[in-house]
Design a protein around this ligand. Sequence first.
Ligand SMILES: Cc1cc2nc3c(=O)[nH]c(=O)nc-3n(C[C@H](O)[C@H](O)[C@H](O)COP(=O)(O)OP(=O)(O)OC[C@H]3O[C@@H](n4cnc5c(N)ncnc54)[C@H](O)[C@@H]3O)c2cc1C
Length: 384
Amino acid sequence: MDKRTVLVLGGGTGGLVAASVLRRELAPEDRVVLVERSPKHTFWPSVLWLMSGSRRAEQVQRDLLPVARRGIEVRHGDITEIDPERRRIVVDGDMLAGDALVVALGATLVPERVPGLAEAGGNFYTVEGAMRIHDQISNLQRGRVAVLVADVPFKCPAAPYEAAMLLESLLRRHHVRDETTVTVYAAEPAPMAVAGPAVSQGVVEVIGRRGIDYRPSTKVTRVDPAAKRLYFDSGQEADFDVLAVVPPHAAPEAVRNSPLAGPNGWIAIDPATCETRFANVFAIGDVTTVPLKLGKPLPKAGVFAGGQAEVVAHTLAARLRGRGREQRFDGHGECFIEMGGGVAGFARGNFYAEPVPQVQMFRAGRHWHAAKVAYERNWWRSWF
Ligand SMILES: Cc1cc2nc3c(=O)[nH]c(=O)nc-3n(C[C@H](O)[C@H](O)[C@H](O)COP(=O)(O)OP(=O)(O)OC[C@H]3O[C@@H](n4cnc5c(N)ncnc54)[C@H](O)[C@@H]3O)c2cc1C
C-alpha cells in the first residue's frame, strides 16, 4: 500500500494528542507531520498555578523534541495558507501536502480589539502574563484586583473564576486580604452557563463565599492603562491596581483567510466525526464551533480538543489503513475548578445531551485538587 501522509496543524492540546495517536495507529511507513510555530508545548491548566505561584515556567512547558523522537515529524513554522480542497498548506513559504489534514490551530488572542487593553497587560492566557500577575500580586499591599473577561467566546469557561479564587487565596496567604478587593467583570451573563444553571449558581456561590465581587454582563469597551481604569458598555467605570485579563479570542488568521472559515471565522464541523465540509479534512478543539441545541456553542476546552483528537485519529486510521473503526465524539467532558488553598471542585457531563447538556457538579474538596495534579502528571507521561 502507498505511504500516507497526515498533516496535523497545531501542536497544542488537540494537535499533540491527534499526532500521537495517529503515530500509534497508522503504519510505520506513514508520515505524521505536526506543524507548530512554537518550539514548546504548554499544558494550559497548570498556567493558573503558575499565576498563583505553585508552578515555575519550566513545569508548565516542554520542548517538542521528545515528540519528534517518537517518529512524528515536527515542523516548526508559521502556517500562512490552508487549501482544504487539495489538502495543502503553506508553512514559512513551503508547500506541504497530505492525504488528510487535522486542523488544531486553537484560538488567537486579540487584546488589540479593545482599545488600551493590550497596553494595560495582565493577560493570564499567556505564560509571561501569568508570571507577571504573580509578581504584581506578591507586591500588592493594598488595592483592587480586577479579573476581566473581555468578550465571549473564550477558552476554558472556568478559568477566570478559578483565577479570581486563586488570587484571593494568595492575598490571604500574604495577609493583605483585608486591604484588598477582588472583582470579576465578565462579558458573559453567568459563569459556565452551558453547563446549566446549577453549575452557574454553584460557581457564583463559591466566589461569593470568598468575598469576591461578581459583575456579570459587564463588557469592557476601553482601558486607560495609565490611569488604570476600565470603561464598560453600561457607562460604568472601575479602577484597578492589578489586572488579570481573559482577552478577546478570534480564529487564527490562516483559518479566517481559508475556505474553512465560517461566518465568525471558526470552523464548522460534524459534531460527531469532526470532519469539515471537505473530505478528509478534520478540525478539532478551539478553532471549531459546534452549535448545541440550547443555542450556545460547545465550550472551548482542552478536554474536548483531546477527546475529538482521539476520535479523528482512530477514524483516519480506519479510513487510510483499514485499522479499527471510524469513531464518533459523544460530547462528554469534565473540568476541575481550582478554588485555592489546595481545594478544587469538579464538573462532568454530556454536553451533547438534548435539549440541554447534563452536567453534574461534585462537592469541592482536596481530593479534586489532587486529581488535577494527577491529571497534569499523566499528561506529561502520556504524550512526552
Ligand atoms: C489559563 C488556561 C487554563 C486552562 N485550563 C483548562 C482546563 O483546566 N481544562 C480544559 O479542558 N481546558 C483548559 N484550558 C483551555 C485549553 O487549554 C484549550 O481549550 C486547549 O488548549 C485547546 O486545544 P487546541 O488544540 O484546540 O488549541 P491550542 O492548545 O491552543 O493549540 C493550538 C496550537 O496551534 C498553534 N498555531 C496557531 N496558529 C498557528 C500557525 N499559523 N502556524 C503554526 N502554528 C500555529 C499554536 O501555537 C498552538 O500551539 C485552559 C486555557 C487557559 C488559557
